[in-house]
Each structure stands twice: as structure tokens, then as C-alpha cells.
Write a protein that binds this ligand. Structure first.
Ligand SMILES: Cc1ncc(COP(=O)(O)O)c(C=O)c1O
Length: 322
């Protein structure tokens, strides 16, 4: 099984790091959508499976089960297909239809929850469903992106190391948070290499990760209905919340200003950076990095669709004045 993993490993990592024009800072962006299956999430998917295979926890008879609203499921489905093992993703209605169609083709079976949890999201319902499936399924393995330390290690050894190898000095990293694996692994690696770096966690308004009141959220990939366990290991200096409408606006700006056609959470980080540095003038421009965790194509019916954007606006403002 490890030989099969190695055969596809060259399509993961070593993503482009590009410099973007900015008045006050040296801004760099790591294009994680250049990974296999188009997102950063293939990195933890690969590492978690590889380590579990090494420990004998995954064999040819295993069924892998995971709660994911998109990118992680697509990555796992592809890797499990290569390994010739079964994969069951637990998804929710926020998944984009293209991903759902792909999973129905790639995965052994797709389980879709429809009930919102008490926070207004779907995550807690998805986790309950994962636990039920684990009990019902023989030889099942939960990759558990919210709590598996290998998710953070993947980023410590992979993405974090790639960034650390790219800069002599680095002053800020803005990292979008959902399961927390990316920020945990990257922050550990970058704080070792650059002790004075500021790690800024970027979250979406209405996500409960950093103690905000829950609200309905419509853009997948960033934010969460719970605080993931894995975040206990993250070294975070500041948290910035960005509204979903500002996320959409920033996606359009990334495209218009830099030709980057990226997914929702890329816009969330871009907005956070522009806002953070808008009034700051430095004698020496700081080096700032952020990620484009996925590309824009999966968002053509949402973020990049004007009707949907108007609908989002209505959802956000329908209670004003009542
Ligand atoms: C598009 C996108 N951005 C950001 C993230 C956040 O990464 P993490 O789950 O490691 O916090 C994810 C996670 O699924 C994602 O799909």
C-alpha cells in the first residue's frame, strides 16, 4: 500500500509561492490549489493515511469514514481509490454540487445529513453520523481531521517546512481555520524558524471556533460549528473575523488585482490582510504570507455567481429592522 502512496506523492506539495503587489507590505501567496485534486487538504489526507498504514491501522480491508464538506473528502476519495479501499464521506447540504457529484462517482457510498445542529451548522450532526457509521461498519477507520495529530504533522513537515525554506525572515502568516490542522502545523513550524512571527488566525463571522456567537454560514471550507481539539497545539497571536460578504468581495479583488481565481477562504484571508495593514506604514515592509487553499472553479455557482451573491446578501440582512 505504501508503494501505491509513493506513486502519487509527487503530485502533492511544492506548490508555487508568488509575490503580489501591495503598497505597505511584501505580500506572498502560496497557491495550494496546485495540489492533486485542487486543494491543500490532500496534504493531511495523504499523511494521515500513510501513517495509519505504517501503524497497521489501515489495511486492504479497511473502510475509511470522514466528515467533510468538500476538499478533504475529494482528496480522501482519490487516495482511497488509488489504494483500492472503500471510502464513505459524510457530507451536508453546503457542499457544492460538483463535489457531491464527484464523490458519488469516486466514493464507495455517500451519506448526506440534512438536519442543522444547535449552532446552525451541520458539523455536529455529521460527527454523530460518523460515529454511528464507525459502529456499524467492520474494519472502519476514522481519519478524524478535527482531532488527528497527523493532520497537523502533515502541515508541520509539509506546507510549514516549504514556507520556512522560502524566507530568510517572515513577519506574518494569515491562516484560514476550519478543522484547525493547517494553522496548528504551520504555526508550530514557523514559530520555531521565526520566533517573532505573528500568526493570525482568520475565521468567518458566525463560526464558533474562537468564541463568536453561532450564525448560519454558507461558504464552505472555513469556519466551524465547534472548536476542534487539534487547535490546542496551535500558536496563535491574533484572531480576525471576516464576514461572508467581505469574503466574496475579496475573491473578486484577488481576481481583478492579481489574476488569482481562488476559492472562498482565500478571499477571507486576503480581506483580513488588506484590512489589517490598511493604515500601517512601515519603514521596512514586513513579509506577509497567506494561502490560497483551493481554486475558484468549485465556486462558480456560489461566490462567482451574481444571483447567489444577491441571495447571500438577502440571507444576511433579512432580519435587519425586525
Ligand atoms: C478551502 C479551504 N480553506 C481552508 C481550510 C481550513 O483548513 P483546516 O481545516 O486545516 O483548518 C479548508 C479546510 O477544509 C478548506 O477546504
Amino acid at each position: 500500500m505504501l508503494t501505491k502512496m509513493m506513486a502519487i506523492s509527487h503530485m502533492i506539495g511544492n506548490t508555487p509561492l508568488i509575490k503580489l503587489e501591495h503598497e505597505h507590505i511584501n505580500l506572498f501567496c502560496k497557491l495550494e490549489y496546485n495540489n492533486l485534486m485542487g486543494s491543500v487538504k490532500v496534504r493531511p489526507a495523504f499523511y494521515i493515511l500513510q501513517e495509519a498504514i505504517k501503524r497497521g491501522e489501515i489495511t486492504q480491508e479497511t473502510t475509511v469514514i470522514e466528515s467533510s464538506s468538500g476538499n478533504f473528502a475529494i482528496a480522501l476519495a482519490t487516495l482511497c481509490k488509488q489504494l483500492g479501499i472503500k471510502f464513505i464521506p459524510v457530507i451536508d447540504p453546503n457542499i457544492n454540487p460538483v463535489y457531491e457529484n464527484l464523490l458519488r462517482v469516486f466514493a464507495h457510498e455517500v451519506v448526506k445529513v440534512t438536519d442543522r445542529d444547535e449552532t446552525g451548522g451541520f458539523l455536529l450532526t455529521r460527527i454523530q453520523t460518523v460515529n454511528r457509521l464507525l459502529n456499524e461498519t467492520k474494519n472502519s477507520f476514522w481519519t478524524n481531521q478535527y482531532g488527528n495529530p497527523d493532520s497537523a504533522r502533515a502541515h508541520y513537515f509539509g506546507l510549514g517546512a516549504e514556507i520556512a525554506d522560502s524566507f530568510e525572515t517572515l513577519d506574518y502568516a494569515f491562516i484560514g481555520v476550519s478543522s484547525g490542522g493547517t494553522i496548528t502545523g504551520i504555526s508550530q513550524r514557523l514559530k520555531e524558524r521565526y520566533p517573532n512571527i505573528k500568526i493570525i488566525a482568520v475565521d468567518t463571522a458566525g463560526s464558533v471556533i474562537f468564541g463568536q456567537e453561532p450564525q448560519k454560514r454558507y461558504i464552505p471550507g472555513i469556519g466551524s460549528s465547534m472548536r476542534p481539539d487539534i487547535l490546542k497545539g496551535a500558536i496563535i497571536d491574533e484572531v480576525v473575523h471576516v464576514s461572508e460578504e467581505d469574503t466574496v468581495e475579496a475573491c473578486y479583488q484577488l481576481y481583478a488585482e492579481h489574476g488569482i481565481f481562488a476559492g472562498g477562504s482565500s478571499g477571507t484571508s486576503y480581506w483580513a490582510i488588506k484590512n489589517y495593514f490598511k493604515d500601517q506604514k512601515h519603514v521596512v515592509k514586513p513579509n506577509v504570507v497567506f494561502l490560497c487553499p483551493d481554486g475558484g472553479m468549485p465556486y462558480v455557482n456560489t461566490v462567482y455567481n451574481q444571483e447567489w451573491v444577491q441571495w447571500l446578501h438577502q440571507q444576511k440582512h433579512s432580519f435587519v429592522g425586525n
